[in-house]
Design a protein around this ligand. Sequence first.
Ligand SMILES: [Zn+2]
Length: 107
Amino acid sequence: MSNTTWVCLTCKKSHRKDSSLWSFVCPTCKAKCEGVHWKIRIPSPKRKRQWKQFWEKYLNEKAQLDEFYRDESVQRIELEILNLVYSREEPRKGVESFPLRDTRKPG
Ligand SMILES: [Zn+2]
């Protein structure tokens, strides 16, 4: 059973919960938090530049993933932060996939 770190981008606070949750709302500001696999290292919010770069890239990669699911003409995506390579032609190999789409399943 793995955990998900839910991060509020408004408060810059992290909340570690188990990954059976599908979404998590910040208890402080009620914003919807971003669920990040626990293996992904999130920079400290004190390091403002790294924090900003990380989230820009993270959200960009998530958008690419959505695009991949939506648009069949996208043949291959490589996501550095998510540590994922998706290709419609080659089988995935040597790449650990994070269950971004399956977090509702138990176990
Ligand atoms: Zn918040």
